[in-house]
Design a binder for this molecule. Structure first.
Ligand code: SAM
Length: 209
């Protein structure tokens, strides 16, 4: 928890409490359904919460903005971002029902009013969003194919509407077909070794394939 405050010192008391509660909620749920590994629960704030919040270092979401988290699993990156941006609407989607059940319980436990969940494949989701966020779901070509018709046309943010994807390692090959993609190194924002190879990829709406 100190880790979150180290990089996000401006949290309100309500946000601080919500981040604090996360660990207990996940610990509880992990004993029933294995949503994240045990080691990951121990390092929840580093590996899941702070990693998810890496997206916020690249783009601050405006009040009223709409964000779709594709393949949210246990709620990452959607839940930490929803705590950080309480005026922004988040839709968290996963094709596995039991994962969405956990996300619902966590979201209700935290009284998050800006989160809705959907248990379906993203290909079946209608609507348009300012940003699509994701972590560890699919390679970029597949992902782009799934979501490219779901991005809102009106740009209000500093970055152009599009995809913000948490990725790791060497992305040269994976991003070769996307010259408009920008890669942000999370090691520029967070000093922990875990972030040495972690990145946020921004792919704007009008990208050339
Ligand atoms: C490796 S997990 C990552 C979960 C979470 N994003 C995280 O980083 O902890 C990938 C998740 O994507 C979901 N998924 C894969 N393809 C999907 C699709 N087409 N639509 C919705 N969810 C999908 C899976 O059910 C799984 O929960």
């Amino acid at each position: 928890m100190e880790l979150i405050e180290k990089y996000f010192p401006e949290l309100t008391e309500d946000q601080r409490q919500k981040f604090k509660q996360l660990k207990e909620l996940y610990k509880d749920w992990n004993s029933k359904i294995n949503v994240v590994s045990r080691k990951d629960v121990d390092e929840l704030y580093l590996r899941h919460v702070l990693h998810s919040l890496g997206i916020a270092k690249v783009q601050s979401f405006l009040p009223g903005a709409t964000i779709l988290d594709v393949g949210t699993g246990g709620g990452f990156p959607g839940i930490p971002l929803a705590i950080l941006f309480p005026e922004t609407s988040f839709r968290l989607v996963d094709s596995i029902g039991k994962k969405i059940k956990v996300v619902n319980e966590v979201s209700e436990g935290l009284h998050l009013k800006n989160v809705v969940t959907t248990n379906s494949r993203v290909e079946e989701i209608d609507g348009h969003f300012d940003f699509i966020v994701s972590r560890a779901v699919a390679a970029m070509p597949t992902f782009v194919h799934w979501v490219k018709g779901k991005i809102a046309k009106e740009n209000r943010h500093e970055l152009k509407n599009g995809i913000l994807y948490l990725k790791g390692g060497d992305l040269t090959e994976e991003l070769a077909d996307y010259p408009k993609a920008t890669t942000y190194n999370l090691s520029d924002y967070f000093e922990e070794e875990f972030f040495d190879t972690k990145k946020v990829v921004h792919l704007p709406l009008k990208f050339k394939k």
